[in-house]
Design a protein around this ligand. Structure first.
Ligand code: SF4
Length: 392
C-alpha cells in the first residue's frame, strides 16, 4: 500500500517505523517547511510541500499526519490538506489503524520490507542464574540442550562476529535475549563490535555479571536505549541490593551513554537505596513500569501463576511488534535464530546465521508456515497465545 506522511520530524520517524512494519510504502514526506529546491530527503524519501505539483495525482492516497503537539495541530493540518484536495487523511492512531488490515493482507511476504526497523536480540549465554520469577528459563535451557547436547553454552566470540557480519547494519542489535547479557564475559566486547559495525545498539540488563573490565569496551558506545531491570521489594527480579550493587549501578549510570534510559521495576516498588542512586545519577528516574503491564505469561510458556494466561486468539492475526514480517528475532550462541523473545520453547526456528544469510531467514520454510498460520488458527503458532498478537 502506498501512503504519504505529513511531517518530516521526530513523529515522522515513528510513523515511518509503523509504515515499514505494515509493509506500507511512503511515496513522499509532505512538510510545510520543505525546501523543494534542495531535493530535501528524509529516510531517503523526498520531502515536498503540500502544494507540490508531484502530489497532484496522489491526492487519493492515505496521508498519515505525523506532527508533535496536541490534537488541535493535527486537526488544523487535516483541514489545510482537505482544502488542497486530499481526501483520505488520518490525523491520529485510530484513523491510521483503519488502513492496517488491508496493508497487512497486501503485504504478506512484501519484498519491499526494508528491515530498517528490525532488531536481533543476542542471547549471550545459555542458563541464567539471576532466576527472575517471570522467566521460563528452565523450559528454554532444557530445549536448547535437547536439540544439540554439544551446542555452546556461551556465545563464542568468533561465531558471534560471523553471525553479526551476516546482518545488515540497519538492524538494531539488542543485548537481551533469554539470559542476562553480562553473564558472558565477552558481552562488552560483543557490544563494541556491533557498535563499531554501525548497528544501532541497545541493552536490557540487570547488571549481574558486569565487571570493571566491561566499562573499557563500552566507554565510546552510544546506546540507542538502555533498559535496566531493577531489584524490587517482592524479589520478582532476583537481584540483591548490596553496597557493591549500588556502587556498580552508580558507576554504570555515570559512565554509560545512551539516548534513552528506561527503568523496569517489576512490582512498581523499587528499594529506596536504588531509587536514591538513580535520582542522583545523570539519568534520573524516567519511566518505571508497573507490574501488571510488564509481566505476562510469555505466550503460554510461563509455568507459574504470576501472570494471567493470555487467551487463545482465533481468526486472522498479526504481531503487534512486527506485523506479518516478524523481524524482531533472537540469536542463540549456536547461531540459531528464533522467531522472537516469546519463543522459549524454540517452536519457530528460522535458520542459522553461521550457515545462511539474513534475508534467507525471511524466505525459509518456517516463515512460509508462519504466514499461513497467521490466517489459519488450526496451525501451530505461539502468537495465538501472545499478548502482542492482534486480530486483523
Ligand atoms: S509470539 Fe508475540 S511477539 Fe512473538 S511474533 Fe508472535 S505475536 Fe509477535
Amino acid at each position: 500500500m502506498e501512503i504519504l506522511v505529513f511531517g518530516a520530524g521526530r513523529t515522522g520517524v515513528k510513523i515511518a517505523k509503523e509504515a515499514d512494519m505494515f509493509g506500507m510504502n511512503i511515496i513522499y514526506f509532505v512538510d510545510n517547511n520543505a525546501n523543494n529546491a534542495s531535493n530535501q530527503k528524509f529516510f531517503d524519501i523526498e520531502v515536498v510541500k503540500p502544494n507540490d505539483y508531484r502530489l497532484e495525482k496522489l491526492k487519493s492516497l492515505p496521508v498519515f499526519i505525523a506532527i508533535a503537539g496536541n490534537q488541535n495541530s493535527a486537526v488544523s493540518v487535516k483541514s489545510q490538506l482537505e482544502d488542497l484536495g486530499f481526501i483520505n487523511i488520518a490525523a491520529n492512531l485510530d484513523e491510521r489503524k483503519k488502513y492496517y488490515p488491508d496493508a497487512i493482507v497486501n503485504s504478506k511476504r512484501n519484498p519491499k520490507i526494508s528491515h530498517a526497523f528490525a532488531s536481533m536480540e543476542i542471547t549471550t549465554s545459555i542458563g541464567c542464574p539471576v532466576g527472575c520469577k517471570f522467566c521460563p528459563q528452565k523450559l528454554f535451557v532444557n530445549k536448547y540442550k535437547s536439540i544439540d547436547k554439544n551446542a555452546p553454552l556461551k556465545f563464542p566470540l568468533n561465531d558471534y562476529r560471523k553471525c553479526l557480519d551476516a546482518i545488515p547494519t540497519t538492524v538494531e542489535i539488542c543485548f537481551s535475549g533469554f539470559s542476562e547479557p553480562f553473564l558472558n564475559k565477552n558481552c562488552a566486547e560483543m557490544i563494541k563490535y556491533a557498535f563499531d559495525r554501525g548497528h544501532p545498539v541497545s541493552l536490557n540488563s540487570t547488571l549481574v555479571g558486569l565487571t570493571d573490565k566491561c566499562f573499557n569496551y563500552m566507554q565510546d558506545v552510544m546506546f540507542r536505549r538502555v533498559r535496566l531491570h531493577l531489584p524490587d521489594t517482592n524479589d520478582y527480579c532476583n537481584i540483591k541490593v548490596t553496597d557493591d550493587y549500588l556502587k556498580l549501578l552508580d558507576k554504570f549510570l555515570s559512565t554509560i551513554q545512551s539516548e534513552k534510559f528506561i527503568y523496569v521495576s517489576h512490582d512498581n516498588d523499587t528499594p529506596a537505596a536504588v531509587k536514591n542512586t538513580i535520582n542522583n545519577s545523570p539519568y534520573p528516574y524516567v519511566y518505571p513500569y508497573k507490574l501488571e503491564k510488564e509481566i505476562h505469561d510469555r505466550a503460554g510458556n510461563l509455568d507459574n501463576d504470576l501472570a494471567p494466561c493470555t487467551p487463545f486468539l482465533k481468526g486472522a492475526i498479526y504481531c503487534g511488534k512486527g506485523a506479518r514480517m516478524p523481524n524482531y528475532n533472537i540469536l542463540l550462541p549456536n547461531g540459531m535464530v528464533l522467531l522472537c523473545c516469546m519463543d522459549f520453547d524454540m517452536k519457530h526456528v528460522l535458520g542459522n546465521l553461521l550457515t545462511m544469510g539474513y534475508e534467507e531467514l525471511f524466505e525459509c520454510d518456517e516463515m512460509e508456515k508462519l504466514n499461513q498460520a497467521f490466517d489459519d488458527d488450526k496451525m501451530e503458532l505461539i502468537c495465538r497465545t501472545c499478548a502482542w498478537a492482534c486480530n486483523i
